[in-house]
Write a protein that binds this ligand. Structure first.
Ligand code: SAM
Length: 215
């Protein structure tokens, strides 16, 4: 086996420079979200491409997301789906959900994305078993194990489970992390890696993105 290459910021920029960039609509969406005081914590364009490629390869039609924020990742995922594709995205904060609805309505995937306002754990429980081909977890880290268990019920066999921030906001190895979610991410990474019937890998892109197949 050749020596693994440590991934640096320079590598990530190199990857980003060779990946589809955000179009004008998505650039405007991110700028408007910032102006509306919505935190700038959506995934980046290179991670969106990785997820779109995975969704296309899996021929996904129905996708579930926990953590919509301004709608960026939901729109990007919807763009990778066929015409009958659908993204159900869950968002706790009414202000974020309202912003996302407004921008999704103006997007080229308006009919494909439904924003459901509520807590991830509660809303996921209402979704039927085997009703999705893929799920993306990108909300409060403490609840990731619960989201994973619910999504393993909701996502069909052969479907995808993706989860953001596996590198814990860049603090995975910090001795004294200054983010409360870091310990939760570490626990989740171990939980996900040990989950029977799930074949996953952390792609070192963005803040680390889990991509797994439900076997
Ligand atoms: C990192 S942002 C999501 C970014 C989005 N996926 C993107 O890349 O465009 C996390 C979002 O999860 C939401 N959130 C936090 N706790 C939640 C919960 N318990 N249920 C649903 N959403 C939650 C936050 O309000 C925030 O908007």
């Amino acid at each position: 086996m050749s020596e693994p290459c440590p991934v640096t910021r320079r590598h990530l920029q190199y990857v980003a420079d060779r990946t589809r960039a955000d179009d004008d609509f998505l650039v405007d969406l991110k700028a408007a979200a910032k102006a509306a005081d919505i935190p700038s914590i959506s995934i980046g364009a290179a991670q969106a491409s990785l997820m779109q490629i995975a969704l296309k390869a899996a021929r996904a039609v129905n996708v579930v997301e926990v953590g919509c924020l301004a709608g960026y990742s939901a729109i990007q995922m919807a763009r990778a789906l066929p015409p009958n594709g659908r993204v159900r995205t869950i968002e706790l904060e009414p202000r974020h959900a309202a912003f996302a609805r407004e921008w999704i309505a103006k997007s080229n995937v308006a009919g494909k994305v439904e924003v459901i306002q509520g807590a991830g754990v509660d809303v996921l429980k209402t979704f039927a078993s085997d009703s999705a081909d893929a799920a993306f977890l990108d909300a409060d880290k403490e609840n990731y194990p619960k989201y994973l268990d619910e999504c393993l019920r909701i996502v069909k066999r052969g479907g995808l489970i993706m989860a953001d921030n596996a590198f814990a906001f860049g603090q995975l190895f910090a001795d004294v992390p200054d983010e409360s979610g870091v310990h939760a991410v570490r626990r989740f990474n171990d939980y996900m890696a040990a989950k029977p019937g799930l074949h996953g890998v952390i792609a070192p892109i963005g803040d680390g993105c889990w991509i797994a197949v439900k076997e």
